[in-house]
Design a protein around this ligand. Structure first.
Ligand code: SF4
Length: 764
């Protein structure tokens, strides 16, 4: 036995912290067998170029996740209502029979797909989910994006030209940060990738800067800020509109010389929002007009300021409008695309903001398709996850009869779990790719378990598009896969082959080869690519040959993407440029520096300008006006997250769930007194679609008439195999969320600001 230290990036959240993993090997690599063994210790990698040793309590639990006896190592097939372990070959036969039968009987549109949030942090999923979706050939695509960030991507698309053109707050250089609906002390950053958000926030204050947090709850982030503004849930768009108006009224709308000639629509915004004065919105938002004006002008006065909105601004009825107004406010206060303001990241791997002609593009559209049942428009190639159940349950041509779920637990993450459970029960066939038998995969006929995160390579292909610095970290697998166990990409590729009709023994290697060749061919045909006009076969050889590590699968696609990116090796054009081989020589990552101004080069709008007043957003103003009418007595439910939670993913890790129960209903003392409940008393919470009972946690850290339940809990369903999660079951907040409540511009579910009623539950 030998000890060794492996370096890899934590794949659990957007922070992407570097980990130093001490491993005791029980075999040797190479001819004598695959690397396997025991994790002795995980700690932060002090030499990581971005995280510099920081990790949160979740990072070290990759050991427990790897060793979890409940984590599936063999495929499961449902027989007589129970899941039993089978061989991989048997599982593939069942998948082939199930999917082929549904496709042959009802057509490809009858296959739905749901992609979970872990896939955004997973190189195999980022490269091969698309292959799978293309092979399925159905428009019935859903994902966790529509219970999360899609509104921001839609507004960014309309304003800047692509769905990843999201300006992020330049935390390390700003003097003033206005944060709405974000709690990075619990969830680190999101759509603003950087390790150690808490440390970066503390540094703002240490250098004399100021932080304002807008949130119905006094979160840990709000506690550490200079000011907490306890907004009424779901009204961020009104607040932001009033701040924009206050800036115009004060004659302070000055986007800055750097944007001269690069902005369209500033006067349209002024006119459209003029009615939303601070005085007009103050009752609806619950923040007085003087404070709204003061903060708006502080944003103008600060040398460098940034406005940042996250989950509390996107998972609401005005998600896209609020997301738009965040960037309008950044622009009119002179803080868009300046150091210390809101800037466009420059990702190391080629992405939508670095590919194609600089400064102009086709722009962004939604509604290229509509859902079958209620005609809801598509966004980002997907339909709202909240509408998945009605697409399964409503008879007629195109009805979903089978589901493919990859790394997702929509029964805990998407609205109206009761309706969705009934829908999944009615399917003709379902396959889940999942490491657990959980509340969703228990409905599956077949569960295909991917390897543990320590058994696969990693690069954060998606989330580094939103990073505060141009960094790149590639991680090799810490352990090898046992013989006969497929890698995650091989599972997805074989599933794709089956969906294509190639049969149960579809060959992942062939599908991989077809995939990389097709990407190479389109890249060499792209006039703007660094390899435009090159011989495709020569590029294929360069990527695949033994001297390049005989790369396959996601690693080969990544290598191409890195080499043609802005810092890339360019297949000989820049020998010291980045590639997988180069990153392997730099296990602690490579840092190409802080964000730089990118307007106009980053824009991909047809006009080549920032569209400050997209017609789709202006058209939402009447609905925003109508939202000024509200019932001040209505109790509203909001969610929350804890540092030791990550949606529903990590609730089977004892070290993360033990201790004081966290799935409590936070309630203001005035509301608790009115109900006659004390700390720990059971309270029934009822919405239009469901009802749960949760223990009260009385706190003045929440607005009166607002209650909060964390999401991702409710692990007491029969037929699951998560013994620790069952011990700490909690209740499922998505029993209460309403599948009819959607942001109309993006299809994102309304998970915050749900109207509910409360009742004390008599105890014996
Ligand atoms: S903040 Fe925690 S969960 Fe997120 S990447 Fe870092 S260690 Fe992992």
């Amino acid at each position: 036995m030998t000890d060794r230290v492996a370096i890899r990036t934590c794949p659990l959240c957007e922070a992407g912290c570097g980990l130093e993993i001490t491993v005791r090997d029980d075999s040797t690599h190479g001819a004598s067998g695959p690397r396997s063994g025991t994790v002795i210790r995980i700690r932060g990698d002090m030499n990581d170029v971005f995280s510099k040793g920081y990790i949160c309590p979740k990072g070290s639990t990759l050991k427990q996740l790897h060793e979890d006896p409940d984590r599936l190592r063999q495929p499961l097939v449902k027989r007589d209502g129970k899941h039993v372990e089978v061989s991989w070959e048997e599982a593939w036969e069942v998948v082939d029979r199930g999917l082929t039968r549904v496709i042959n009987t009802h057509g490809r549109e009858s296959i739905g797909a749901y992609l979970g949030n872990p896939g955004a942090h997973n190189l195999a999923a980022m490269t091969f989910n698309r292959v799978l979706l293309t092979a399925i050939g159905s428009r019935q695509r859903f994902s966790a994006s529509s219970v999360d960030q899609v509104p921001k991507q839609v507004s960014a698309g309309f304003m800047f030209g692509t769905a990843v053109s999201v300006p992020v707050p330049d935390l390390d250089r700003t003097d003033y940060l206005l944060m709405l609906g974000a709690n990075p002390y619990a969830s680190n950053g999101s759509l603003a990738t950087a390790p150690d958000w808490p440390g970066r926030l503390e540094a703002i204050r240490a250098r004399g800067g100021k932080i304002i947090v807008v949130d119905p709850r006094r979160s840990r982030t709000a506690e550490s800020a200079d000011e907490w503004l306890a907004i009424r849930p779901g009204t961020d768009a009104l607040l932001l509109a009033a701040m924009v108006t206050a800036v115009f009224e004060a004659g302070r709308a000055e986007p800055g010389e750097h944007l001269t000639g690069h902005l369209n629509g500033i006067e349209d915004v002024h006119v459209a929002l003029a009615e939303f004065t601070p005085e007009r919105v103050e009752r609806a938002v619950g923040i007085d007009a003087a404070t709204i004006r003061r903060i708006a002008l502080e944003l103008c006065d600060a040398p460098r300021a940034a406005v940042y909105g996250r989950i509390g601004t996107t998972t609401v009825a005005f998600g896209t409008t609020a997301s738009w107004l965040v960037d309008v406010l950044n622009a009119v206060t002179g803080n868009l695309d300046i150091a210390g303001g809101a800037m466009f990241p420059l990702p190391v791997a080629a992405g939508p903001t670095t590919r194609g002609k600089k400064g102009v593009g086709k722009g962004f559209k939604t509604g290229r398709g509509k859902t079958r049942v209620r005609g809801f428009p598509e966004a980002l190639g997907e339909y709202p996850a909240a509408l998945m159940a009605e697409e399964i349950q409503t008879p007629g041509p195109g009805q979903i009869r089978a589901m493919v779920v990859v790394g997702g637990n929509p029964l805990r993450s998407t609205p109206n779990s009761g309706q969705l459970a009934a829908a999944f029960d009615s399917l003709d066939f379902m396959v889940s790719v999942d490491i657990y038998l959980n509340e969703t995969s228990r409905h599956a006929d077949v569960i295909l378990p991917p390897p543990s995160p320590l058994q696969r390579s990693h690069y954060d292909l998606a989330l580094l598009n939103f990073a505060l610095r141009s960094v790149a970290n590639y991680s090799e697998p810490v352990f090898d896969l046992p013989p006969g166990v497929p890698d995650e990409w091989e599972i997805l590729a074989r599933l794709a082959g089956i969906a294509q009709g190639l049969g149960a023994d579809a060959d992942p290697a062939t599908i991989d080869d077809v995939t990389i060749r097709s990407i190479i061919e389109s890249t060499v045909r792209d006039d703007t690519s660094v390899i435009a006009g090159r011989n495709a076969e020569e590029i294929y050889d360069a990527l695949s040959r033994p001297a390049n590590g005989s790369l396959r699968g996601p690693d080969r696609i990544l290598d191409l993407t890195l080499r043609i990116g802005p810092f890339g090796e360019g297949f000989g054009a820049k020998p010291d440029g980045v590639s997988v081989a180069m990153l392997k020589r730099h296990p602690h990552g490579v840092d190409y520096g802080a964000m730089v101004p990118r307007i106009p080069e980053a824009l991909r709008t047809p006009s080549g300008k920032v569209e400050l007043a997209p017609p789709e957003l202006l058209a939402d103003v009447p609905r925003l006006r109508a939202s000024l009418q509200h019932d001040p007595e209505q109790v509203l439910l909001v969610g929350r997250r804890h540092l030791r939670s990550n949606n529903s993913w990590m609730h089977n890790i004892r070290v993360l769930v033990k201790g004081k129960p966290r799935c409590t209903l936070q309630i203001h003392p005035d509301d608790a007194a009115r109900l006659g409940v004390v700390d720990g008393s059971p309270v029934r919470v009822t919405s239009r679609v469901g009802s749960v009972v949760a223990p009260a946690e009385i706190t003045d850290g929440i607005r009166p008439r607002v209650v909060s339940l964390p999401h991702g809990w409710g692990h007491d369903e029969p037929g699951t195999r998560q013994s620790v999660a069952r011990e700490y079951a909690g209740v499922n907040s998505n029993v209460l969320t309403d599948h009819e409540a959607l942001d109309p511009l993006s299809g994102n579910a309304v998970l915050n600001g749900i109207p509910v009623s409360l009742a004390a539950v008599a105890t014996a």
